[in-house]
Design a protein around this ligand. Structure first.
Ligand SMILES: Nc1nc2c(c(=O)[nH]1)N[C@H]1C(S)=C(S)[C@@H](COP(=O)(O)OP(=O)(O)OC[C@H]3O[C@@H](n4cnc5c(=O)[nH]c(N)nc54)[C@H](O)[C@@H]3O)O[C@H]1N2
Ligand SMILES: Nc1nc2c(c(=O)[nH]1)N[C@H]1C(S)=C(S)[C@@H](COP(=O)(O)OP(=O)(O)OC[C@H]3O[C@@H](n4cnc5c(=O)[nH]c(N)nc54)[C@H](O)[C@@H]3O)O[C@H]1N2
Ligand code: SF4
Ligand code: SF4
Ligand SMILES: [Mo]
Length: 875
């Protein structure tokens, strides 16, 4: 026990911890629970057994007595404040403390600091005058994000925060904002907040906890809101400290990309095409136009649901199509994304979702990252991986590009795009040859061993060296790291799935995990990093043509009967059309109408020319959107939805965690929450729904989906639940398959390599993403992120550029077998000779003109990652 101002409590943690636990108001300007304890700022000094100690960095000792207020401490603090004021002028938390200590700058005067302001970055401003040099920003940057932007230069009174002498925006900063969010002195400012506080009426008045609507990490946000009803707006955003997903951390999109919510381009009225033009109409007219036309075209309509929208909205969407319009022709964005992860894992294990939790990154003793640019596409997870590696966890990265994670990996297997299958077989071959197989696990929990062993022994790394381009010694080194690990965790991205053999490559990752006994316990597993905020949820809710809510097959009478009982409607019995079939059938006129909900297929689906023909050929296209996207421009009816900041519901992240989404703002005038639009349409097509709030929709989901049986809004407080949640008292399931697999035994799959027709000598283009923009870009372009990245350049290796007489910044013509576009060259060491990389975030780039019709053999996912191209400088 320890005594704090006379109160006895257990001596646990630091002196600061016990003081705060005892309710003492001990200042701690440079301290944050997530950061190392340095005692730098000295503001937390207290008396322990009569001596001054820095509370944050002194362990609480049994039997000690602590005083947090005394004349000596008050005099000390005032002097500390005066010393600070002699060098700087803090505001914020630090400024308030100094004032409370009675420090007013009268004792030592004020030394001039060559303090400059840096406002080069659109979201982060720095004012050296306010900096108390507590180094909290530096530690946050290193210990939360894993960047090393800051240093302290100079000594004594010349000491100052530095970042290499360049404008801040030109540093390696990834704009996560961690430094700003911890800064106690107001030296680093969230420019959002600064802008908001310029208008005195716009200061933050309340916070709303919600889930980030960008990627599948599912970070928890605290949105700070000012103003009432129509005048309400977001002043700034902070990460939720108590979230197990992000522990207060965020990336540039979650923290700063909210400007789109009140951007003037938002749709604020329904539009109907009349005489070739989209014209504003009333909601009544728009709803009745859609209802009448869809009723007329019944049997010839298909729907694409939105992985950007809530579970409740996705549930309603497929309910309407199946029960209301009588068709299973409903699909979602998983088709062009992680569909192969779901399909491959379902075939091998029986369930298509990530087997483990993000927290397992801290439990693993080895990480295998395959085809995932995690630090850009799942930045908060990427930062977590970085921290693990900085602490010594070995990592192997398989990627044709030298990504940020590849730079810090122990082994980077820089394969030719499209050669995962031989490389993953080769890794398995080494595990077997060199005795790294967990035979007990293989015997107890897998099937197919004898055949598999015979098969895979033929796939040595030496055999495939020239095809994959990866030296056999590196493959062996990587396999030995995997083989030596007790808790190897596998994480993968689209570099695995968006290929001709995407699902099969996923099955090969499962093979590796099965061989190592690395499924069914903590710290291991096969973990697809799901892309959009709710792509996991859209699939869970049944927005797929073959499976209903909870993955029951639509052609299974037992499954159908369960839904028919609750819905009171007969259901279609045949499997519906997948998205590529919908588009093919639209082009050949066997599909007449489509409803596209929150997805911009014109920009993001492959082979743009084909999409243009398909959508252009439809009799009736409805698009439910926030903006007039490239797809919405082709619609006959456009319905304005409300963004995730403006509605209630739930999203399910990539670790199967169902989390609340809460309206932080009212819907923009004229727009409606998407679930309300769907409820209206269901009523207008003859099937009224009893829902006034998404919580009621969740109650129905819990009735039809056994994995959600124990889910309800109250139970999702405070940290969500990971499905399956089979009963009301069930705590959720962080780790899948602990006892057995849904298909019984895990399957060891023999997969032969089938090269893509796009894999040819010459240049191969890989397409993917960058940190600062999100997919079709409707939201990030309208949130100020263009100030950081303003186009989609094409990365080319210096040797390839030299050979073609191309210099950095040159405009080039890129031609594939399907189309031709113009791009700006970025000469980059990230790509090896023969490989190019570009993104698809700007509509004017038209990246998807280049992509053809090669698709995953099992899940129909487009091969966005392998395109044979020619590149020439524009004259
Ligand atoms: N900033 C940002 N974040 C996003 C998104 C965004 O648009 N912007 N989109 C979200 C969505 S929808 C998704 S699905 C995720 C996607 O997240 P990721 O899967 O990380 O994204 P990509 O950049 O498409 O591709 C990942 C990597 O695959 C590699 N790759 C290409 N071909 C191969 C190959 O043959 N083998 C291997 N092993 N690797 C290969 C690429 O070089 C690239 O580094 O990101 C989500 N998060
Ligand atoms: N070349 C190439 N193309 C690719 C990929 C690639 O790697 N390379 N990746 C593919 C992948 S993985 C994916 S997931 C797709 C993503 O492609 P899309 O799903 O088309 O792209 P997003 O930008 O995520 O969002 C789609 C639309 O949803 C709208 N939206 C957002 N929130 C809401 C809402 O609350 N309500 C409504 N009604 N609408 C909303 C946005 O304005 C946006 O227009 O792109 C694919 N395309
Ligand atoms: S925003 Fe993030 S990456 Fe940039 S300096 Fe701050 S902590 Fe470092
Ligand atoms: S990592 Fe993903 S979920 Fe987290 S803040 Fe960034 S975009 Fe949002
Ligand atoms: Mo995706």
């Amino acid at each position: 026990m320890i005594r704090i101002n006379g109160i006895e409590i257990a001596a646990q943690g630091s002196v600061l911890d016990v003081c705060l636990a005892a309710g003492a108001d001990v200042p701690h300007l440079c301290h944050d629970d997530r950061l190392s304890r340095t005692g730098h700022c000295r503001s937390c000094l207290v008396e322990m057994d009569g001596r001054f100690v820095a509370a944050c960095s002194t362990p609480a000792r049994d039997g000690a007595a602590i005083t947090t207020e005394s004349d000596a401490l008050r005099a000390y603090r005032r002097d500390l404040g005066e010393l600070m004021l002699s060098e700087c002028e803090p505001h914020g938390k630090a400024g308030l403390r100094l004032a409370a200590w009675g420090a007013d700058g009268s004792r030592y005067g004020r030394m001039a600091r060559n303090g400059q302001r840096d406002t080069s970055h659109p979201f982060i401003h720095f004012d050296a005058e306010a900096c108390i040099l507590c180094r909290k920003c530096l530690r946050a940057c290193e210990e939360l994000q894993g960047q090393f932007v800051y240093a302290v230069e100079g000594r004594g009174s010349a000491a100052h925060l530095a970042w290499g002498g360049m404008p801040f925006v030109e540093t390696d900063c990834v704009s996560c904002g961690a430094c700003v969010s911890v800064c106690p002195s107001g030296a680093l400012v969230n420019a959002d907040q600064e802008r908001a506080s310029l208008a005195p009426e716009a200061l933050s008045e309340r916070t709303i906890r919600t889930t980030c609507g960008y990627c599948g990490v599912g970070c928890q946000l605290d949105a700070h809101i000012a103003g009432e009803s129509a005048a309400a707006r977001i002043t700034h955003i902070e990460g939720a400290l108590d979230s197990p997903v992000n522990h207060g951390h965020l990336c540039v999109k979650g923290r700063f990309a909210h400007g789109f919510t009140r951007h003037p381009d938002r749709l604020t009225t329904p539009l109907v095409r009349k005489h070739g033009e989209l014209v504003p109409v009333s909601w009544e007219e728009a709803i009745s136009t859609v209802a009448e036309t869809f009723t007329k075209l019944r049997g010839q309509v298909a729907g694409l649901s939105s992985s950007r929208c809530t579970n409740e909205e996705n549930y309603l969407f497929q309910k309407w199509f199946r029960g209301g319009l009588g068709t299973n022709d409903v699909d979602c964005c998983a088709r062009v994304c992680h569909g192969p992860s779901a399909a491959g894992m379902k075939l091998s294990l029986g369930t298509g979702a990530a087997t483990n939790s993000l927290a397992d990154i801290e439990r693993a003793d080895f990480l295998l990252v395959t085809g995932s640019n995690t630090t850009e596409a799942h930045p908060v997870t990427g930062a977590r991986i970085r921290q693990a590696v900085l602490q010594g966890v070995p990592m192997v990265v398989i990627d044709p590009r030298r990504t940020e994670l590849a730079e810090i990996a122990d082994v980077h297997l820089q394969l030719r795009p499209g050669t995962n299958v031989p490389l993953l077989n080769a890794l398995a071959c080494v595990l077997i040859e060199e005795g790294f197989v967990d035979r007990a696990f293989v015997d107890a929990r897998t099937e197919g061993w004898l055949e598999y062993e015979r098969f895979v022994r033929k796939h040595s790394p030496e055999r495939w060296e020239t095809v994959t381009g990866v030296p056999a010694v590196l493959v062996r080194r990587a396999a030995r790291l995997l083989g030596a690990a007790a808790r190897p965790m596998l994480l993968h991205g689209l570099g695995v799935t968006e290929h001709l053999q995407g699902s099969e490559a996923v099955m090969l990752l499962v093979n590796l995990a099965l061989l190592r006994g690395a499924i069914g316990r903590e710290g291991v597993g096969v973990n697809p990093l799901r892309g959009q905020n709710n792509v996991q949820g859209a699939a869970d809710m049944g927005c797929q043509p073959d499976s209903s809510t909870g993955y029951g097959a639509v052609d299974d009478p037992v499954v159908r009967e369960r839904f028919e009982r609750v819905w009171g409607r007969p259901l279609p019995t045949n499997t519906g059309r997948r998205l590529p079939a919908m588009l093919d059938d639209a082009a050949n006129s066997t599909l007449k109408g489509m409803y596209i909900f929150g997805e911009d297929v014109m920009q993001t689906d492959p082979n743009s020319e084909h999409i243009r023909c398909a959508l252009g050929n439809l009799e009736f296209l409805v698009v439910q959107e926030l903006f007039l996207s490239e797809t919405a421009k082709m619609a006959h009816v456009v319905l304005p939805g409300a963004s995730f900041f403006e509605k209630d519901g739930t999203f399910t992240n990539g670790e199967r965690r169902i989390q609340r989404v809460r309206a932080a703002l009212p819907p923009l005038a004229g727009a409606k929450p998407d679930w309300c639009i769907l409820v209206e349409l269901m009523a207008a097509t003859g099937w009224p729904q009893p829902f006034d709030h998404p919580a009621q929709i969740m109650e129905e989901i819990a009735r039809v989906n056994p994995a959600f049986a124990g889910v309800s809004y109250p139970r999702l407080e405070p940290q969500g639940l990971q499905w399956p949640v089979p009963a009301e008292n069930h705590p959720g399931t962080p780790t899948l398959h602990t006892e057995s697999f849904p298909r019984g035994r895990g399957k060891l799959s023999c997969v032969e390599f089938l090269p893509s027709p796009e894999l040819r000598p010459g240049l191969t283009l890989v397409t993917g993403r960058v940190l600062e923009h999100y997919n079709c870009g409707t939201m990030t372009h309208r949130s100020g992120l263009d100030a950081l990245v303003s186009d989609d350049p094409i990365e080319m290796n210096a040797g390839d550029a030299l050979a073609r007489g191309i210099a950095d910044g040159d405009a080039v013509r890129v031609r594939s077998g399907h189309g031709e576009i113009t791009l700006r060259i970025r000469v980059s060491p990230r790509v090896p000779a023969g490989t190019l990389f570009t993104s698809f975030h700007f509509p004017e780039t038209h990246t998807n003109e280049l992509i053809g019709s090669v698709r995953d053999r099992i899940a129909d996912c487009p091969e966005y990652k392998v395109v044979a191209v020619e590149v020439a400088r524009l004259a």
